[in-house]
Design a protein around this ligand. Structure first.
Ligand code: UDP
Length: 252
């Protein structure tokens, strides 16, 4: 991707891609031999990246940086490089599943809660649901996202020996991005993405916001109503907008 198609918001890069362009880019990355990194920053992740140099570096090194969230679309207008649309991590993952299904390729699902006495592991159940919707997709393996750093080598080995073409990591940011970046050289998958809570949505443990909220870019409001304990994290959106406006004023 050329530098011109990559804009900066609070000095953090974001690719100017709509869903169609992102999908095309994904297919290109699946043709390259080394493991490519796909990240899906939203306003909260961009603000965190301004305070976490390791996260910022990882985003800068990514092969595809998806604009996940309406905050980024508004910010892009403020910096005079308007993004056409937001591409949510969940929607992009669904598009990826469709493309993998068309090609009969496989995915490894890493992250979310392990099984307990009453429920299967979230990743395992998400895989079952994905397979129902995309019958040609192969689920190469699953593993929950609650492990210590000493377990990481064994998990990388499990992913590699599964022969998966693609890796989906759902452990929340920046954990998922750091896991992929730390093991990118050893991973034998063609590409890997961090998708936050998307496996929970697939498994049905968390509900996707209804269409009204999604169509108006109001997923954050829906999540705030459903999970009020997240209010501190939600504060990232206004903080983000104020910072983008302040930076813009400084540059004028
Ligand atoms: N998670 C995990 N390991 C951890 C912490 C979180 O696998 O050590 C999972 C958690 O179970 C959830 C996902 O990470 O499925 C993402 O959570 P969150 O809603 O915070 O992500 P967001 O979409 O907001 O980035």
């Amino acid at each position: 991707m050329s530098k011109q198609e990559r804009i900066k918001i609070l000095d953090v890069p974001v690719d100017m891609v709509n869903m169609k362009q992102a999908s095309r880019r994904f297919l290109d990355l699946m043709e390259t031999p080394e493991c490519s990194l796909i990240v899906t920053p939203n306003s909260e992740i961009i603000v965190n990246a301004t305070k976490d140099p390791e996260l910022k570096k990882i985003i800068e090194s990514a092969d595809l940086i998806i604009p996940d969230g309406i905050g980024l679309v508004y910010a892009s207008r403020i910096v005079n490089c308007p993004l056409e649309e937001r591409v949510t991590g969940f929607d992009f993952l669904t598009e990826i599943l469709k493309l993998l299904d068309e090609r009969g390729q496989s995915i490894f699902l890493l992250g979310s809660k392990p099984e307990d006495e009453e429920n299967p592991g979230v990743a395992e159940y998400a895989g079952y649901k994905m397979k129902k919707q995309f019958p040609n997709l192969r689920i190469a393996g699953t593993h929950h996202g609650y492990f210590n750093s000493e377990d990481e080598a064994a998990i990388v080995e499990k992913i590699n020996s599964s022969g998966a073409d693609f890796l989906c990591v759902a452990m929340g940011a920046p954990k998922q991005e750091k896991f992929i970046a730390n093991h990118q050289k050893e991973l034998k998958v063609k590409a890997a993405i961090g998708v936050g809570g998307s496996l929970d949505v697939w498994a049905g443990t968390v509900k996707l916001a209804p269409d009204f909220y999604r169509n108006h870019g109001l997923e954050w409001l829906y999540r705030l109503v459903k999970q009020p304990s997240r209010y501190k994290r939600m504060a990232a959106l206004p903080v983000f907008m104020v910072r983008v406006l302040t930076e813009r004023r400084k540059k004028k």
